[in-house]
Write a new protein. Structure first.
Length: 266
């Protein structure tokens, strides 16, 4: 089985990436499967979970794909710890400076060491932080054209709108410098931990940016090429709609101004 693991710092952007991989029909069906690992309580349950996950995330050609956020490392450990001989890994000690089993990353590497690692970031850190704050205030993370399927888009991390609901969905929100600043720091920490992980295990991921994948689909050809897989048809755009609007732009501008006024560094 060929494996693709999408390591992301942006949830909505990685959802777009996952949808476009799945649309190829040959690059797996990646989702945040590990969210369901939180309730596992035995080795038998973990084995069943892994079997179901690898089946649900695979296309007919045997390619399995999964999406993983950095804050889900402990869920990977919970599902895969029986595959690892290390209770506490060197990566835990290096990153956190203290051995915490629940934050172990060894099992993550053990299960996916032969995978194609895809690392997705957003170049505009402030815009990403604004999007996180907007999602926190509205509980909206995705949008699709009217009548399009919302399957898999209305789960734990926010609801999904239709295109006709987008115009004024965030008019009742309010700008909050402190909250956006906290999102900036959280994103920077996630990026740091992923980079530490890649460095510790000598992983050279395929690095993508949100800005790249929304404007061009050649990255799908690059990804398929690394796995020696032929795409059966020309890559198509995802049906996901852009959530960011004038309110997001206004907040980003205000935040940049406030950074200067408050003499803050990011």
């Amino acid at each position: 089985m060929k494996k693709i693991i999408i390591c992301a710092t942006q949830r909505s952007g990685s959802t777009l990436l996952c949808k476009e991989l799945e649309a190829t029909g040959v690059l797996g069906r990646p989702k945040e499967f590990y969210l369901k690992a939180a309730t596992l309580s035995s080795k038998a349950e973990a084995n069943d979970f892994i079997a179901l996950m690898t089946s649900a995330g695979a296309t007919e050609n045997g390619v399995f794909a999964v999406k993983l956020m950095q804050d889900q490392w402990h869920l990977v450990e919970k599902a895969h710890s029986e595959f690892s001989t290390h209770l506490v890994s060197d990566i835990s000690k290096k990153i956190f400076n203290k051995p915490k089993v629940e934050r172990n990353a060894q099992s993550l590497y053990d299960f996916y060491k032969d995978a194609l690692w895809v690392y997705l970031q957003r170049q505009d850190l402030i815009a990403q932080a604004v999007s996180r704050e907007m999602a926190r205030q509205t509980n909206i993370c995705h949008a699709v054209p009217n009548g399009a399927s919302k399957a898999g888009l209305g789960a734990k991390h926010g609801h999904c709108l239709e295109g006709s609901e987008l115009m004024d969905y965030n008019l009742q929100t309010h700008y909050d410098f402190d909250s956006i600043f906290k999102h900036v720091q959280a994103i920077k920490r996630e990026e740091y931990l992923w980079q530490e992980f890649f460095s510790a295990y000598k992983i050279n991921p395929l690095s993508l940016s949100y800005e790249r994948i929304v404007t061009a689909k050649a990255y799908l050809l690059d990804l398929a090429g690394k796995l020696n897989i032929h795409l059966p048809h020309k890559p198509v755009n995802s049906s996901l709609l852009k959530l960011a609007n004038e309110v997001n732009d206004e907040w980003s501008q205000l935040f940049r101004q406030d950074l200067q006024t408050r003499h803050c560094m990011i």
